[in-house]
Design a protein around this ligand. Structure first.
Ligand SMILES: *Cc1c(COP(=O)(O)O)cnc(C)c1O
Length: 366
């Protein structure tokens, strides 16, 4: 049996007829840029996240950059991030003129909130937690610290579309939050795509201008901008996908429960927290474990036809010494020597999940 880490072509073939029809409908109208399907999709995302505003963009990295520009990140100011994140979190801050400051992650792989205060300097302007693997950080603590030191909050919620903390959706806690529609994300489009969530009308206006060359609805240039518009075709595909999205998330949570129940007693591995509803509504973008003898487990699973992946190719942000990071983060270094993602997507069958479980048990003689 084969269990690919992510079945990219199935994204299309699972509903090929509908997507072909959408392609025909949108293309034959020539409705490629800033058309009604984009607005429809932005509305659907607002409804789903209870966000006041959403602006479709070229990708989530652009959305973060534009969010920081609209939010007024000042040149040279620092933004605290978790080192367990994509380089995009850090690069968005850099490109927007700031300096990313990575801190430790904890055993749940989220930003370790107890390490935030010691990273604050007179240049710190914001905290940007990554809502990693489809889980939201301890936002109560982060918001308390932000209030105490008068810091802004931005969220890299690229992996957390519809994840909630105490009923509130990822991306809606601070000034701005991004969501990614990269194909392997929980809502994957057929290429690159992203969206920016905003709560303040003034920031929304600004970010929308920046997305489209600083142009307003009357085609008048109001400010310096750039170009990062979500393609109308991608928006149309995803507006269609929205009707299935909650079902897909429920399936991911079901698979997480299967992994959790079957693997939780193996001493040599540490699992993510199991799905619950009270505080954390996790959407399981990824199922990332910590595994003793990780490299051997990876090889064994590959030999059994099971795809796995080390997130960020196994490199934490502070480990990118080429970029000038000088932080020493031993806890994150240790966690990164063990992390591995096992297959997690809504297209997995029960048989495939059982196959993965069986082979992991076999490896640890459990
Ligand atoms: C995928 C991802 C991004 C980047 O998203 P793009 O849409 O590819 O730009 C940023 N941060 C995190 C945590 C991600 O997982």
């Amino acid at each position: 049996m084969q269990v690919p880490f992510f079945p990219y072509s199935d994204l299309f073939t699972e509903d090929e007829k509908a997507y072909t029809e959408i392609f025909r409908s949108v293309s034959s109208r020539g409705a490629f840029i800033l058309q009604k399907e984009l607005e429809e999709f932005e509305d659907l995302v607002c409804q789903h996240t209870k966000s006041n505003f959403a602006i479709g963009m070229g990708n989530a990295t652009d959305a973060l950059e534009i969010g920081l520009m609209a939010g007024g990140l000042k040149q040279g100011n620092e933004v605290i991030i978790s080192s367990h994140t994509m380089i995009a979190t850090a690069s968005a801050i850099k490109v927007a003129g700031g300096n990313p400051v990575p801190i430790e992650c904890g055993n749940d792989h989220m930003m370790d909130v107890s390490k935030i205060e010691s990273a604050i300097t007179e240049k710190t302007q914001a905290i940007m937690p990554t809502q990693l693997n489809g889980r939201v950080c301890d936002m109560d603590s982060i918001m308390l610290i932000a209030e105490k030191y008068n810091l802004d909050i931005y969220e890299d919620s690229a992996q957390a579309f519809g994840a909630k903390y105490k009923g509130k959706a990822a991306g809606t806690f601070g000034l701005a939050g991004c969501i990614s529609f990269y194909p392997a994300k929980t809502m994957g489009c057929f290429g690159d795509g992203g969206i920016l969530l905003l709560q303040d009308e003034e920031l929304y206006r600004k970010a929308k201008l920046i997305r489209d060359h600083g142009r307003n609805e009357e085609n008048k240039i109001e400010m310096w901008g750039r170009n990062s518009r979500l393609d109308n075709l991608q928006a149309a595909f995803m507006a269609h996908k929205m009707q299935y999205y909650d079902k897909w998330i429920a399936r991911r949570r079901e698979i997480a429960l299967m992994y959790s129940e079957s693997l939780k007693d193996i001493q040599e591995i540490l699992l993510p927290p199991p799905p619950e509803n009270e505080v954390h509504f996790d959407i399981f973008q990824n199922y990332e474990i910590q595994a003793d003898r990780r490299d051997n487990l990876k090889i064994k699973l590959a030999n059994d036809g099971i795809g796995t992946l080390q997130q960020w190719s196994g490199i934490a942000v502070h480990q990118c010494k080429e970029l000038g990071f000088t932080q020493d983060l031993p806890i994150t270094d240790n966690i990164f020597s063990k992390i591995l993602m096992i297959p997690m997507n809504h297209l997995l069958t029960d048989d495939q999940v059982e196959h993965v479980i069986g082979k992991i048990k076999e490896f640890y003689n459990y």
